[in-house]
Design a protein around this ligand. Structure first.
Ligand code: THG
Length: 270
């Protein structure tokens, strides 16, 4: 599993405060903690407390600050094309960038795919179009197909594309997780090589009690359906244990009695 750490996000109070105060330390610490816990990439999102006209500068500061402590891939999380270009340019100076994200809406898709090509970046494609979040398996597949076709057209390798079927909060759409599981299995058949699949796991449990339990149960189910990557909190140890155990049960790693320790050790040497 390719884990994208969710915690460098202005939505979290400590990071939101740090962005407004231009205080580097909490950002450095959160980057290092997540990487030490196994993150393979870090999501970078300035949040909504920064005024709109300052978001480009805030993204540049947040990416540069994170890059001071790591060369690992950075997932630039914004809906704005200009903020995306600014963040991606900074992230790509030293290591890889990932566009998080584009929708399947034609004009957006074209602009973001061109950026992916220009910066040799990964790109997350959401199951969203001009009608909003696609609700059915068929509608999600149709948008996924459009995203893959656009990647091919713009010479972005299909294995740089991450399709995101979109997880909604359980407490407002209880049938949605089942639809996402079916979609994951079918996304895999859209192309050869198959596209990779990602979810923003924590969305699922927003507003619910038992958040960690809901997150880790669904992560395991989604992995069994074919999930390749998750944006989540790598500091949640029980979540990480469940994920590593699921990789073992899916025969993706070799069993040993100390497999949990082996996972953690493999992440320390990077
Ligand atoms: N898909 C893609 N990118 C995404 C998402 C997605 N990026 C953003 C988001 N969804 C994933 N990241 C988060 C980060 C935090 C939370 C949820 C998703 C979260 N935050 C707490 C809350 O809202 O309750 C804040 C807790 C706190 O303040 O301490 O749940 O789906 N491609």
């Amino acid at each position: 599993m390719f884990v994208i750490g969710e915690r460098i996000n202005g939505m979290f109070k400590g990071i939101g405060d740090a962005i407004l105060a231009k205080d580097k330390k909490p950002v450095h610490e959160m980057a290092e903690l997540q990487l030490a816990a196994g993150a393979d990439a870090l999501d970078i999102n300035v949040g909504t407390r920064v005024p709109k006209e300052e978001r480009v500068a805030a993204m540049e500061w947040l990416v540069d600050t994170t890059r001071e402590v790591t060369d690992m891939p950075l997932s630039i999380d914004t809906v704005s094309l200009i903020t995306m270009r600014a963040g991606l340019a900074r992230a790509s100076r030293k290591g890889k960038g990932i566009i998080n994200s584009t929708t399947g809406q034609a004009d957006k898709l074209e602009a973001f795919m061109k950026l992916a090509h220009e910066f040799n970046a990964g790109i997350v494609g959401l199951s969203i179009d001009e009608n909003g979040v696609a609700a059915s398996v068929d509608a999600k597949l149709e948008i996924g197909m459009r995203i893959i076709a656009s990647a091919m057209e713009h010479e972005v390798p299909v294995d740089s594309v991450l399709l995101d079927p979109i997880i909604l909060p359980l407490n407002c759409a209880q049938a949605a997780p089942g639809i996402v599981l079916q979609t994951i299995a079918q996304f895999k058949m859209l192309s050869d090589p198959a596209p990779r699949i990602v979810i923003g796991l924590s969305n699922l449990s927003q507003g619910a009690s038992e958040r960690p339990l809901i997150n880790r149960t669904f992560l395991v189910m989604a992995m069994a359906a074919g999930l390749d990557s998750s944006i989540h909190d790598p500091l949640d140890e029980e979540l990480t244990n469940a994920m590593v155990t699921a990789e073992l049960l899916l025969n993706k790693t070799i069993y040993s009695d100390s497999y949990l320790a082996a996972y953690r050790k493999s992440k320390q040497v990077r």
